[in-house]
Design a protein around this ligand. Structure first.
Ligand SMILES: Cc1ncc(COP(=O)(O)O)c(C=O)c1O
Length: 344
């Protein structure tokens, strides 16, 4: 009835966070301001829920494309960027999917659902990526698709521009540069767009995680091919209306992202002063730290009402690692005080 390999998988687990300081999922900590909320709710009250959503979403795609000086034909929308990862893996040629390791889990997971072979290139000790090794593995495995999260999750670092450019210029399959954390980073890769090089983004980290809206930027011909495996009406009417509205108030979210970056730098400096903690440089809205007894630190934080993400593995680069999403100033200060008490 159900495939054996599917039975062997675990469902994606989301821990219960009720009543906790939630620093586990890279969300924006700021709720929508009240003055915006009332106009947004008014807009939503006019959405016709008895009708299917706009199938083509041309206006919304035009608005999104314009931010990067592109056209609507160069934008594909997904129910979160996760759904776009699925579309890419469904539509691309048979062949291995290559990504660095560690990286965002969905590239591997969705490949497995679709019975696509997966191969990974281990990052170096300092989390840098060796472009030669990456390209050699792609050639050896006859890779047809590769993902590069820039900045990378869960390490938080951004690989160098020459590294990404070398891979983009030499990989012959579909290269997806995942810019989920662009709002907190100092570089985009839209200049690398080519028929086989695409840029994946999401609004989840900017403050709209509940909307589930991701987008892919690329060459119009490639986008139109990928659009064929998009389920009809994949973006619901409420999300479409909300996204259009929020894009009109984009400056607010950019300002919030700046605040998050400021806090990220403050938290980094504070963590650097704790001997028992190693903190890695981040261009995202989270920090990866390494500490002894990571499992215990994670559990103790949980008992204090703070939920972070335990990345600790028995071996490998993520051994003794924890990932902390940047919250509000108050949340971060509470976290820092709790961490100090636990590890010192
Ligand atoms: C690198 C990366 N890409 C994509 C996603 C998924 O984002 P979305 O909420 O749009 O599905 C995440 C989420 O954590 C991520 O870290």
């Amino acid at each position: 009835m159900i495939r054996k390999d599917i039975k062997a998988l675990d469902a994606y687990h989301v821990p219960d966070s009720s009543g906790m300081i939630k620093l586990d999922a890279m969300e924006n900590p700021f709720p929508l301001p009240d003055e915006l909320k009332s106009t947004w709710l008014e807009l939503l009250s006019n959405v016709k829920l008895n009708r299917y959503p706009d199938a083509d979403m041309c206006d919304l795609r035009t608005k999104i494309a314009a931010k990067d000086g592109l056209n609507a034909e160069q934008v594909l929308l997904g129910n979160g960027s996760d759904e776009i990862i699925q579309m890419l893996l469904m539509a691309s040629d048979a062949g291995a999917c290559v990504s660095p390791s560690p990286t965002f889990v969905m590239y591997d997971l969705v490949s497995r659902w679709l019975k696509r072979p997966v191969t990974t290139v281990p990052l170096e000790k300092d989390f840098s990526l060796d472009a030669n090794k990456f390209l050699q593995l792609c050639a050896r495995e006859k890779a047809s698709i590769a993902f590069l999260a820039c900045p990378n999750n869960p390490t938080g670092n951004m690989w160098s521009e020459p590294t990404i450019r070398q891979i983009a210029n030499n990989f012959r399959g579909l290269l997806v540069i995942d810019e989920a954390y662009l709002p907190f980073a100092d570089r985009t890769h839209t200049n690398l767009i080519a028929p086989n090089v695409l840029i994946l983004r999401t609004y989840s980290k900017l403050g709209w995680a509940g909307l589930r809206l991701g987008y892919l930027l690329g060459d119009a011909k490639t986008i139109s091919e990928l659009n064929k495996v998009r389920l009809p009406y994949n973006i619901n009417s409420l999300t479409q209306a909300s996204a259009g509205f929020l894009l009109d108030h984009f400056k607010l979210f950019e300002k919030q992202a700046k605040e998050v970056c400021f806090e990220r730098n403050r938290v980094t400096a504070a963590l650097m002063s704790i001997d028992a903690i190693e903190v890695f440089p981040s261009q995202a809205n989270f920090l990866l730290i390494r500490t002894k007894n990571a499992d215990n630190v994670f559990e103790q934080l949980k008992q204090k009402g703070i939920l972070i993400k335990n990345m600790n593995k028995k071996s490998g680069l993520l051994k003794s690692c924890l990932r902390i999403t940047i919250g509000t100033k108050e949340e971060n200060s509470t976290l820092l005080a709790a961490l100090k008490e636990i590890v010192e």
